[in-house]
Design a binder for this molecule. Structure first.
Ligand code: BEZ
Length: 394
């Protein structure tokens, strides 16, 4: 066996090589520019509070990682999309073409998100959708560079249809804004409710973000269905629930909804919301260590109770982090990064969930009942519900 005898000059050489390697990697780490995250969310209008909660949740997860993901600083670029589909293409192009962001996180409104998905597809920009449920995003518009951390509109509609049928209601009316989120949520509700033996008598709509409900409430009162299903969110949900109560309908015709009707809105809805039943992929009273830690930190940082929107923002950051970890922060390895994101088992405050082949959460939908300022979990309407992803070819 030959033996290597180190001479002093060998040791000097080895030390010099080690030093060179060390300083090269230090330079490499320093040279890594920040990851540019474009936040396209509503800061004004009926969904403004939802946008704030998503941003808070996203930033909370980054802060929990020490302010960096896989060693890379995060630089934010912000656009207020005003929940206005007419301005959506111009707004998203500010992030894609002017700011040259690596990834876009947005948005709340389905109509705006549809334009964002088209622009992201065209430019191959990474897009993580932290709320907007437009079915097409994980349907015909699905793409390797588009991932959703929230839900598809069909999902909470379907889960509420299951609940309403289980309650034994037979004749329903629906009421919503006439745009993708409202119409698709109603479709999901109708599918499950009619499968369960019910019948939707009439679909009532008004334009987004109109809140003049009076004429439609009068029609509900005259038709006297067994149950009313509603999709509204944010400021519109506050006004609808209060008007429904003021019209004397809460005591005579049960109102159910996807949980956006009462999420982040209860302080403003007060007594008018008490006892309402909804379904959603998040609830108060989950009482798991993961959720409790999330909520405690959120309340301490923002002096607010978190809601479903905060959770979806938090999970958008978790999904991004899992992709970056797989490529050690090298955003240019996009295929490997997306493959890792696609396989992630997200340890969410809502409960663990996976992503479908179309990149939409496969998750439980809780039954929630309003008590005070909480949407308390009382059961599960549908366990591990996947979106049908109709029309997705990837
Ligand atoms: C939507 O437009 O997709 C949406 C807006 C608010 C809450 C839920 C969905």
């Amino acid at each position: 066996m030959s033996r290597v005898h180190f001479q002093p000059r060998h040791l000097c050489l080895a030390a010099a090589t080690a030093l060179a390697t060390l300083s090269a990697s230090a330079v490499h780490a320093q040279a890594q520019p920040p990851i540019k995250v474009g936040l396209m969310l509503p800061a004004t209008g009926t969904f403004a509070a939802l946008g704030t909660a998503i941003e808070n949740g996203f930033k909370q997860y980054v802060a929990e990682q020490g302010g960096k993901l896989s060693g890379r600083e995060i630089q934010y670029f912000k656009v207020d999309d005003e929940s206005d589909p007419a301005k959506a293409t111009d707004n998203v192009n500010k992030l894609i073409k002017r700011d040259n962001v690596d990834v876009i996180v947005g948005t709340v409104h389905s109509g705006v998100a549809l334009a964002m998905a088209r622009a992201a597809k065209e430019s191959n920009t990474m897009l993580i959708v932290p709320n907007a449920g437009a079915d097409a995003i994980t349907g015909p518009l699905c793409a390797p560079n588009i991932i959703r951390s929230s839900f598809s509109n069909w999902q909470p509609g379907f889960a509420t249809g299951v609940l309403a049928a289980q309650k034994g209601y037979k004749r329903a009316m629906t009421i919503t804004w006439n745009y993708a989120a409202g119409n698709e949520t109603v479709k999901g509700f109708t599918e499950a409710f009619e499968k369960g033996g019910g019948k939707v008598l009439k679909e009532l709509t008004l334009p987004f973000p109109n809140v003049e409900f009076q004429a439609l409430l009068t029609e509900i009162a005259s038709q006297k269905p067994d149950v009313v299903f509603a999709f509204f969110a944010g400021g519109g949900a506050v006004k609808f629930v209060k008007d429904y109560d003021a019209a004397g309908l809460r005591r005579t015709i049960p109102l159910v909804g996807s949980g956006f009707l009462t999420d982040g809105t209860l302080a403003a809805q007060g007594a008018s919301a008490q006892g309402l039943l909804t379904t959603l992929h998040y609830a108060d009273g989950l009482d798991t260590p993961r959720d409790t830690a999330f909520r405690t930190r959120y309340a301490t940082t923002y002096k607010l109770q978190p809601d479903v929107y905060a959770v979806q923002g938090y999970d958008a950051a978790q999904i991004l982090a899992s992709g970056l970890a797989a490529v050690k922060g090298d955003f240019k390895q996009r295929d490997a990064m997306v493959a890792a994101m696609r396989k992630v088992n997200v340890d969410s405050p809502r409960g663990k969930f996976t992503l479908s082949a179309a990149h939409n959460p496969v998750q439980d939908f809780y039954v929630r009942e309003v008590k005070g300022e909480q949407n308390l979990r009382t059961g599960v309407a549908v366990k591990v519900l996947p979106d049908p992803a109709r029309g997705c070819k990837m």
